[in-house]
Design a protein around this ligand. Structure first.
Ligand code: ADP
Ligand code: MG
Length: 436
């Protein structure tokens, strides 16, 4: 690209930017009363100046010369009014720190082929989440992919933590949702019953920089949790079960650790399985319920459990089966032939629920710490669409999320910090049995 070409492009960009600032200024005058007031003060000042111009602009001339002088003063005042008016509008339409932001992005090399950095066109608080600031940029032709590749550098340059970056206004704008760099997840967020969602059947997991992280079991029926020991899986699993209980679900729990993870208080409210035989019996029951509900829904022509309950006036509850350390349960190494047969059946029932459970309100919440792909068969894993992984090595992260982001982005000392399949990081609520 020649220098003349580049200068041409730069000039056109500047003109476009000036026009946009002017339009933004007009908008802000329309919407922000203080801006209208400022403009009114300016116009009033100019009007006063015009009225008292004889006293302000004094001349010794008289006769036609004095008339000419007055005409010149009037022209000057008219020009100043128009130019000042436009200048004020442009200043009003320029977001605070826009020049600085552009220079900072230039420095980190977020530039197009003409050497231009993106232009900040507006910066405001997010309406839905006051913690977030939305920076709107004219990307000057720099694709979103490049922004994402340079995310860490943009964060340093602008002194922010980016929650997400998306296209806006028909791909003319890139919106960066961010919080100040000093902000971070609180290390501890205690569960409070007021966080319970009123929506059917939404469970709340914790908070990301974008606000609460939730999962609606009516849409995404099964949940897979991963993370190394001490990452906070069991706490999160129990947080979800507690909410499901409050919402009237029936809970089934496989606990082979002799009640270490699920103390007595759970035994009263949930159906517990302590042995493999008991587990298979329970899963058989769940599959039988699934088959029963399938035929009832088919008879009534209802697409799912909620529709069925609405149509019939019945109140069939959702059923949730939970297993912490599911890999331990399904591991067949060193087991006898009969045991292997039994485990095969358990796996088979879990796969049936994973495949068909959604419409019939039968859900799985499974957790594991074992980085062992063969342990959770594809039939189960592939149907578990909501996946969260806490602190983990890259192998476990890969198994849970199909990428290594948990190993890269969750600090080694974090507890209750998880990352979702879509990259959202959140701090889970800490919940203890006393709140059950
Ligand atoms: N959301 C959380 N916030 C803060 N601390 C947590 C959270 N979840 C777990 N912890 C801490 O981590 C410890 C281990 O959690 P746990 O759920 O038992 O881990 P895991 O099941 O992954 O081994 C808990 O005893 C608690 O002290
Ligand atoms: Mg655990």
């Amino acid at each position: 690209m020649t220098t003349t070409n580049r200068d041409d492009i730069n000039r056109r960009t500047e003109n476009r930017h000036l026009l946009r600032r002017l339009c933004a200024g007009v908008d802000s005058v329309k919407t922000v009363p203080i801006m209208r007031l400022l403009l009114a003060v300016f116009l009033a000042a100019m009007a006063l100046l015009w009225v008292f111009r004889g006293a302000v602009f004094v001349t010794d001339a008289f006769g036609p010369l004095a008339k000419l002088f007055d005409a010149l003063v009037q022209i000057l005042l008219a020009v100043c009014t128009v130019v000042g008016f436009i200048a004020i509008l442009i200043i009003m339409g320029t977001p605070w720190g826009s020049k600085r932001a552009r220079e900072d992005l230039q420095k980190i090399g977020l530039i197009n082929h003409a050497g231009e950095a993106p232009i900040l066109v507006s910066k405001k608080q997010d309406k839905n989440n006051p913690r977030l600031t939305v920076w709107e940029f004219d990307p000057c032709g720099i694709p979103l992919q490049e922004w994402e590749d340079k995310q860490a550098r943009i964060e340093t340059a602008l002194n922010i933590i980016i929650a997400k970056m998306v296209w806006g206004a028909g791909r003319k704008i890139i919106r960066v949702y961010a919080v100040p760099a000093e902000s971070d997840f609180p290390a501890l967020l205690r569960w409070n019953d007021k966080f319970l969602s009123a929506d059917n059947f939404v469970l709340v997991l914790g908070e990301s920089l974008l606000g609460p992280v939730t999962v609606n079991l009516a849409h995404i029926p099964h949940i897979l949790l991963g993370g190394s020991t001490g990452s906070g899986k069991s706490v999160l699993l129990k947080l979800l079960l507690m909410q499901a209980l409050r919402k009237g679900a029936e809970i089934y729990i496989a606990d082979f650790k002799g009640g270490v993870d699920f103390p007595k208080v759970w035994h009263k409210k949930c159906r517990m399985c302590f042995t493999e035989a008991d587990l298979l019996y329970t899963l058989n029951q769940l599959v039988a319920v699934l088959e029963y509900r399938k035929s009832r829904l088919a008879e009534t022509g209802c697409p799912d459990l909620d529709a069925y309950n609405r149509a019939t006036g019945e109140n069939l509850p959702r059923l949730v089966f939970a297993c912490d350390e599911v890999a331990e349960v399904l591991d067949r190494t060193g087991r006898s032939k009969e045991d292997k047969e039994l485990l095969g059946q358990i796996e088979n029932r879990l796969a049936t629920i994973a495949r068909q459970g959604r419409a019939f309100g039968i859900h799985l919440i499974l957790a594991t710490q074992r980085p062992d792909a063969t342990i959770i068969p594809g039939q189960i894993r592939n149907n578990m669409d909501f996946r969260a992984c806490g602190r983990a090595d890259s192998v476990l992260s890969q198994i849970i999320l199909d990428n290594t982001s948990a190993a890269e982005q969750i600090p080694k000392d974090a507890r209750g910090r998880f990352i979702l399949h879509d990259g959202t990081i959140f701090q889970g609520y800490l919940f203890d049995e006393g709140q059950l």
